[in-house]
Design a protein around this ligand. Structure first.
Ligand code: ADP
Ligand code: MG
Length: 467
């Protein structure tokens, strides 16, 4: 009865009705509290073909939904609008568009928003996340040199002696934030400059793909044409000799023409064992700066700022408790606040000392997963299922390989912080919707097949032990 009514309404193609139909499906799968907190505030605004555009209250809100309910929303919208269905988001605060699966793409659409400088017509994706700015990067003793160099480069890319800038430091200390902030600032200062950010593992994946499709020259020329090349986590080039070789040539071209190169790594250049000596010496041509873990005062300042950003009311006492107990990693500090925020939004609790204590403890338990890589996951999954690792990236549709690939994608999504786009690239350049589909399929198998659930748990245990 209800079904019929929905179908009829949908035929009128009103966004509100399409969204209502989705909500009915979503409601069946989540608690009332979750539904009220995370789904009711979403407003449908436009429907064209099979793309529904909705407005959501904030960037944080979107990230939360994307991380926790992406599968559910995708299922609901494809049930209602068919397989081509897409959901795009507009953020109410600044009306910047966010793609249904991954991070930010276009900019302001609101006629009320003044346009400061015309954005250059980018024919490629810079991959910069606008969330990473200098403004919201808290300075401290541990990042002083790195921050100062980053500022100088943003004012004069390619023109300082900090070329390349080589930043290194432990996990979650702000390397990605800072190098992307440079990119974003250069974009602001010099809209005509071509800036690109990517991690070295994506660089490798793209390179391999270019070999397969006979496009190595195009690939190489593309990077040689940049004004600013930002490569994150350069340590992942270790052991990848052909990629290192190509990167060496790109580096030389850019450096000779005074283009800015910015690199990050978990270790200083000289400790990158297994990396070509020629690269190591070039990495030391410019400035090598480390980022050290923040001291207590900086940790408190960071927490205060983040709490403000999320619009949370947390007492100083609790912030200090968190900052005292989470010491080595800013991502964990942030994770702790987000967990607290989730607890209070979902259960309408107050943020108490007890709750903070419990959350800090949970963070310590989660710690293991942050060091896990997609490579490790792939290796363990393949070993367990007896599938050759190189097959998993092929186009093959053989049943056991498809399953292995889907399990690996699913585990990569649930056990690492990688985006859907990154995961897709790791598995033979598939796009983010394939990853979503894989995650949904695995959830479904698990729901209907107990023995599958057991196998999945076994693999997951092995993966966690290998991290
Ligand atoms: P890394 O790349 O070194 O592993 P990230 O740049 O991803 O670390 O930082 C982890 C999180 O901590 C990010 O959300 C980032 O915004 C935040 N963060 C790191 N350093 C700072 C800082 N100095 N001020 C504010 N936020 C920070
Ligand atoms: Mg990083």
């Amino acid at each position: 009865m209800e079904e019929l009514e929905i179908t009829e309404k949908i035929s009128t193609k009103e966004p509100i009705n399409v969204w209502k139909a989705c909500l009915l499906k979503i409601k069946e799968n989540v608690s009332m509290m979750t539904y009220n907190t995370w789904f009711l505030p979403i407003k449908p605004i436009e429907l064209s073909d099979s793309t529904l555009k909705v407005q959501i209250p904030s960037q944080f809100f979107w990230e939360w939904i994307d991380e926790h309910f992406n599968g559910l929303i995708t299922r609901a919208i494809t049930d209602v609008l068919g397989n081509d269905a897409r959901l795009t988001y507009v953020i109410a605060e600044d009306l910047s568009f966010i793609d249904g699966g991954d991070t930010v793409t276009e900019n302001s659409v609101s006629p009320a928003t003044p346009i400061e400088k015309p954005k250059p017509k980018q024919t490629f994706e810079s991959n910069l996340n606008p969330r990473y700015t200098f403004d919201n990067f808290i300075k401290g003793e541990g990042n002083q040199l790195a921050r100062a160099a980053a500022g100088a480069i943003s004012d004069n890319p390619g023109g300082t002696s900090f070329n390349p800038l080589f930043l290194y430091g432990g996990v979650g200390l702000g390397k990605t934030h800072l190098i992307q902030a440079i990119g974003n600032q250069i974009f602001k200062n010099f809209p005509e400059k071509k800036v690109i950010y990517l991690s070295s593992d994506i660089f490798t994946v793209e390179f391999v793909e270019s070999i397969q499709t006979n496009k190595v020259n195009e690939f190489s020329n593309f990077y040689r044409s940049m004004d600013v090349l930002i490569i994150d986590d350069i340590q992942f080039l270790i052991g990848k000799e052909k990629t290192q070789d190509l990167f060496f040539h790109i580096f030389n071209t850019l450096h000779q023409s005074r283009k800015q190169i910015i690199l990050s790594s978990d270790k200083p250049p000289k400790d990158l064992k297994g990396l070509d000596e020629r690269l190591i010496s070039r990495f030391q041509w410019g400035l090598t700066a480390d980022i050290q873990p923040p001291e207590l005062e900086t940790r408190i300042a960071i927490l205060k700022r983040k709490a403000e950003t999320y619009g949370m009311l947390v007492s100083n006492e609790i912030l200090e408790y968190i900052a005292t107990n989470i010491t080595s990693n800013i991502r964990e500090l942030e994770g702790c606040l987000i967990k607290l925020l989730a607890c209070v939004s979902l259960n309408s609790n107050e943020i108490t000392y007890e709750l903070a204590k419990k959350t800090v403890k949970e963070i310590a338990t989660d710690r293991k997963t942050t060091t896990l890589t997609i490579e490790t996951i792939t290796r363990v999954v393949c070993e367990h299922l007896g599938v050759a690792e190189n097959k998993i990236r092929d186009k093959t549709r053989k049943k056991e390989i498809v399953l292995a690939r889907q399990i690996a994608m699913y585990l990569a999504k649930s056990l690492t912080l990688s985006s859907l786009k990154t995961i897709g690239l790791h598995f033979g350049g598939r796009d983010h919707s394939t990853v979503i589909h894989a995650c949904n399929s695995i959830e479904e198998y698990r729901a209907v097949d107990v023995s599958f659930g057991k196998i999945l748990d076994e693999i997951k245990n092995k993966v966690e032990l290998s991290s």
